[in-house]
Design a protein around this ligand. Structure first.
Ligand code: RB5
Length: 146
């Protein structure tokens, strides 16, 4: 599976650790930056990864900024993105099973790398359950066209 990853200056070190973790697990990772600690604007990276997911360039996206909030808000503005910010694994798992999230975000200033790994494992390991959840996800996506 191909996973796109993006981050701002607050999360370069955590991004590098996450990339290494994903590659070790056999995932192909496409890095959309940033790769320096120079202050940058997280919306650029949220949008880049969001567009990569929606276009099919990558299957899923992972975003990291200081809190995970700003970068996920930016990604959610791309039509077709369902991004979730998680600080614990339970919501990450349920966000896949019930909400069919296609982008996961977390904060490098909020959680440590071991929690990030647990969150990623639960998120990538879960499958969308469809059925009544499909109806609700369809309702969410329909809002984009109103
Ligand atoms: C950057 O200082 C910080 O605002 C950003 O990383 C993120 O936390 C925004 O939501």
């Amino acid at each position: 599976m191909k996973i796109g990853i993006g981050n701002d200056h607050a999360a370069v070190e955590m991004k590098n650790d996450v990339v290494a973790y994903l590659e070790e697990k056999g995932y192909e990772v496409v890095n959309y930056g940033t790769d320096t600690n120079e202050s940058c604007n997280y919306p650029d990276y949220g949008e880049k990864v969001g567009r990569a997911v929606v276009s099919g360039e990558v299957e899923l996206g992972i975003l990291i900024c200081g809190t995970g909030v700003g970068i996920s808000l930016a990604a959610n503005k791309v039509k077709g993105v369902r991004a979730v910010v998680c600080s614990e694994p339970y919501s990450a798992k349920l966000s896949r099973q019930h909400n069919n999230t296609n982008v996961l975000a977390f904060g490098a200033r909020v959680i440590g790398i071991e929690m990030a790994k647990m969150i990623i494992d639960e998120w990538l390991g879960a499958e969308f359950m469809g059925g009544r959840h499909q109806t609700r996800v369809d309702m969410i996506m329909a809002i984009e066209d109103k």
